[in-house]
Design a protein around this ligand. Structure first.
Ligand SMILES: O=C(O)CCC(=O)C(=O)O
Length: 312
C-alpha cells in the first residue's frame, strides 16, 4: 500500500490496494492514513454493493438517510444518480454530512459508477486547516460556543413535495435539532476544526440572529480559501472517503445534462466534543500555521438552549 499526499495541507491518494480485500493490518494502516490525511482517494476499485457496505462496516454501524434516495435492495446505500431528467442535486453547498443528527457521521464512503466527461468534481475543505487560519484572539472568542443545526435543503425539499410532506413530521420527531460545538475537537487527534456549515447550521446559540449571521458568514468564508481546499476529479470506480469530523465538501453542479452516478455509504459517528477542555494536541496540520497546537484556552462550557423556533 502506498500513500501519496495530494497537497501540502490534506488529502492523499492510496494505491496498491483493493478495498474489498484488505486484511486487518492493511485496514488499520488505511484507517490511520484516513485520520491523518482527512480525505483518501482510491482509484480503480472493483468492489460491488455488498463489498462497499462491508467496507463501511469495518469503520462502524452504517446509517440510513431519512432524505436521500436509497437503493431498493440495500437501504444503507445512497444512490446519487443525476442526469437531464432527475431533480436538481442538493449537494452544491458546503457541508459536513448530516450534522442535523446528534451524532453526525464519522466517515462517508463515496464511489463513482458513472462519471461525466467533464465537470462533476467534488471539492473538499479541511476545517482543521480553516480553524488554524484564525487569529488566536478569534479562536479564544469561539471557544465554548455552540450552534443549532437543522435539515437545510432536505427539510425544504420534503415540505415542497405533497407526496412526501407527511414524512417531515416523523423525521422531526426522530431527529430533534441538535446543538453542536462551533469548534469541534477531533476525538482521535485532538486537532480543532470549525464545525459549522452553510447547509445545516441555523444559528450560533446565545447571539442575536444578526450577530450570529455575521459570525457564521465570516466562518463559512474560511472554507473558501484555496489553501485549505482539495478538488477531486472522478473516474468510474474511484472511491473517496472523508472524515466528517474535520472536513466539509461541495459537489459543483456543473455537469448536467451529462449523467453522474455515485453510490454512498455513511458510518455513524459520535457526539461532537467542543473546545472547552484543557487538551494537549499531537498532530500538526500539514502546511498550515497550526496555531491550534497547544493548550486550549477553553470556554465556560455552559449549557445553552434555543430561544426561538427555527424553520428547519
Ligand atoms: O456527489 C458528490 O460529489 C458529493 C455528494 C454529497 O455532497 C453528499 O453525499 O453529501
Amino acid at each position: 500500500m502506498e500513500i501519496r499526499p495530494l497537497g501540502p495541507v490534506f488529502g492523499a491518494e492510496v494505491t496498491g490496494i483493493q478495498l474489498a480485500h484488505l486484511d486487518d493490518a492493511q485496514f488499520e494502516k488505511l484507517r490511520a492514513a484516513w485520520v491523518a490525511h482527512e480525505v483518501l482517494v482510491v482509484r480503480d476499485q472493483t468492489l460491488d454493493v455488498a463489498e462497499h457496505i462491508a467496507f463501511g462496516q469495518r469503520f462502524g454501524d452504517l446509517t440510513v438517510s431519512p432524505f436521500s434516495p436509497n437503493a431498493d435492495d440495500a437501504a444503507e446505500l445512497i444512490v446519487l444518480d443525476n442526469h437531464a431528467d432527475s431533480p436538481r442535486p442538493l449537494t452544491d453547498i458546503w457541508h459536513s454530512d448530516e450534522t442535523f443528527r446528534e451524532q453526525p457521521p464519522l466517515v462517508t464512503i463515496l464511489r463513482s459508477r458513472i462519471s461525466p466527461e467533464f465537470g462533476g468534481d467534488t471539492m473538499f475543505a479541511s476545517m482543521t486547516a480553516a480553524y488554524a487560519t484564525l487569529s488566536e484572539r478569534m479562536q479564544q472568542y469561539l471557544a465554548g460556543t455552540t450552534a443549532l443545526h437543522g435539515f437545510g435543503r432536505f427539510g425544504a425539499m420534503l415540505r415542497q413535495d405533497p407526496e412526501r410532506r407527511h414524512l417531515l413530521h416523523r423525521v422531526e420527531n426522530e431527529l430533534p435539532m441538535p446543538h453542536h460545538p462551533v469548534v469541534r475537537v477531533h476525538p482521535e487527534t485532538g486537532r480543532k476544526a470549525l464545525f459549522v456549515n452553510p447547509h445545516f447550521t441555523l444559528k450560533i446559540d446565545d447571539f442575536d440572529e444578526d450577530e450570529s449571521d455575521a459570525i457564521l458568514s465570516f466562518l463559512y468564508r474560511r472554507a473558501l480559501v484555496p489553501e485549505v481546499q482539495l478538488r477531486v476529479t472522478w473516474q468510474p470506480d474511484t472511491v473517496v472517503f472523508w472524515d466528517n469530523r474535520s472536513v466539509q465538501h461541495y459537489a459543483p453542479n456543473d455537469y448536467l445534462p451529462q449523467r453522474r452516478r455515485m453510490e454512498r455509504v455513511t458510518v455513524r459517528g459520535d457526539t461532537p466534543v467542543g473546545d472547552t477542555a484543557e487538551r494537549t494536541y499531537s498532530t500538526p496540520v500539514r502546511g498550515i500555521d497550526a496555531r491550534n497546537i497547544g493548550t486550549s484556552t477553553g470556554g465556560d462550557g455552559s449549557e445553552v438552549s434555543p430561544t426561538r423556533h427555527f424553520d428547519r
